[in-house]
Design a protein around this ligand. Structure first.
Ligand code: ADP
Length: 480
């Protein structure tokens, strides 16, 4: 079943081809007007030739009419001039001419078949009443004309000239023309197909080149130049693709950097554990106290590895992935009080004053755990990177759309050129101090991820040696 579906799909995909579509459009746009032109011009040729024949015959009919009147034909039927004209016209145009008198009697028939007979026909009677009748046979085989013979002095219709002429020769000419046109259309179609094939092939070339370049890049040859000579639309696609490739490269670079940072961070405690363990195993009769001391150090290092791994897991969990967020309506005032409560003992150890200012009661839709980690990190940092007997001020405010948390401290501050970098994973201004305080360099990365997850923003203002201020803005209603 699947095979059949695929077969049908691949058959129909031919019709999706841009080249095929352009080809068909070119052929239609070329052949339709040319064919129409040929049909219309042949028809026009035929109708023009017929009307020309009719007008010639009408002229001759006029001459014959004059000759009839001037020669008093109906009184005397033996007039050479008129007879000559009649037989000449009948011969040249291959037809028959009848002259009918008032009593509807045929007084002259160039075929000499109906002389003396009476003719009763609608057209003849109408012509006596002043109507010039022209009848053209549908198949274009003959044309019939009736013309009144009018006495110039009395203005009376004294007779009717009836002409019946074959138009077969015109029809033959028309058929030759139609055949010529068909040959012309076929030659034109062949030429058009050749030109359209060349054109369509040329149109498709830039697409092929671009697709080849993309394939090269996809296979890992990222230095491939895009071949987009030709269309500005393709230039746009190639540019977007380049941007995408650049981003992929950036992602790959930061992934590699992240992995090497992780290994580096884990290596340090593992190396020191190894050194500690080896120094114990290489010595004989090590005193129990030394064992204990080294074991405590090894435990500290294990604790550090554990912390790094936990923080790494948190970074991954908070990484902008909205689907992992558990959103509830939270009383933000109480939420901050809770965080401060856990941090007060650490602040107290170094006699750091922890002040909290709340301007209004605020309830917001947040992921309490993730946002809790973010705010906790900010306040903990404000304590960690502070001076003894310093202060930390936390304030909370809101407007109709957002709530704002500010964490200010009287600490060591951050050099201006490094202020952007502090949110990067594993970045630490002072590695030694951070390590001393148990920092992994992942805290602010977690903080930023959690805030971005809430579609919020974080900013830092700091002066080295004077202190820092972190401001956080979060929407009151969670936006997916
Ligand atoms: P860490 O685990 O090292 O604290 P963070 O990601 O939380 O990692 O912070 C990154 C670095 O930014 C810290 O190592 C520190 O140098 C600097 N930093 C963060 N907060 C403050 C602050 N309030 N005052 C001074 N420096 C800070």
């Amino acid at each position: 079943m699947l095979v059949i579906t695929l077969n049908i799909k691949s058959k129909f995909s031919v019709f999706k081809s841009l080249r095929l579509r352009i080809f068909v459009v070119l052929i239609l746009f070329g052949i339709v007007p040319v064919s129409l032109y040929c049909i219309i011009s042949s028809k026009l040729f035929f109708s023009n030739a017929i009307s020309q024949r009719v007008s010639e015959l009408q002229t001759h009919a006029g001459i014959i009419s004059n000759l009839v009147v001037n020669s008093n034909f109906f009184a005397n039927d033996d007039l050479t001039e008129l007879n000559t004209e009649l037989s000449q016209v009948a011969d040249v145009y291959k037809g028959r001419i009848l002259i009918i008198d008032k009593r509807l009697k045929i007084v002259k028939d160039t075929y000499a078949l109906e002389n003396g007979k009476t003719i009763i026909s609608k057209e003849i009677i109408e012509t006596f009443n002043g109507v010039n009748n022209i009848y053209i046979n549908d198949e274009g085989q003959y044309v019939e004309i009736t013309v009144p013979i009018t006495d110039s002095t009395t203005k009376e219709t004294v007779g009717v000239i009836f002409m019946s002429f074959s138009t077969e020769n015109i029809f033959q000419l028309y058929e030759i023309r139609v055949r010529e046109n068909i040959v012309f259309v076929i030659i034109f179609l062949i030429l058009l197909i050749c030109l359209a094939l060349v054109f369509v092939n040329r149109i498709g070339r830039p697409f092929k080149n671009l697709s080849a370049s993309i394939k090269h890049i996809a296979l890992g040859d990222v230095d491939t130049d895009f071949a987009y000579n030709g269309y500005s639309e393709l230039e746009g696609i190639a540019e977007s693709y380049t941007v995408m490739v650049d981003e992929l490269q950036q992602t790959e670079l930061s992934r590699q950097e992240f992995v090497s940072n992780v290994s580096h961070e884990l290596k340090t405690p593992i190396t020191s554990m190894k050194v500690l363990a080896e120094s114990l195993t290489m010595q004989d009769d090590v005193p129990v106290e030394l064992y204990k001391e080294f074991m405590v150090d090894i435990c500290d290092e294990i604790e550090r590895v554990n912390k790094i791994i936990n923080d790494l897991l948190t970074v991954v969990k908070t990484d902008k992935n909205v689907s992992t967020a558990i959103i509830t309506s939270v009383n933000i005032n109480e939420f901050i009080e809770k965080i401060l409560k856990t941090l007060r003992p650490i602040a107290a150890k170094r006699n750091i004053e922890l002040v909290y200012e709340s301007f209004r009661p605020i309830t917001a839709e947040v992921d309490e755990v993730k946002l809790g980690m973010a705010i906790n990190n900010l306040i903990e940092n404000a304590i960690k990177y502070n001076v003894d007997d310093g202060w930390v001020r936390v304030s909370l405010n809101a407007d109709h759309k957002y709530f704002y948390i500010k964490v200010a401290d009287s600490g060591v501050g951050i050099p201006e050129e490094l202020q952007e970098k502090i949110f990067e994973r594993f970045f630490r201004v002072d590695k030694a101090r951070s390590r001393e305080t148990g920092g992994t360099g992942l805290g602010l990365a977690i903080t930023r991820n959690a805030i971005l997850l809430h579609r919020g923003a974080i900013k830092v203002y700091s002066k080295q040696g004077e202190g820092s201020l972190f401001t956080v803005r979060i929407p009151l209603n969670f936006q997916t």
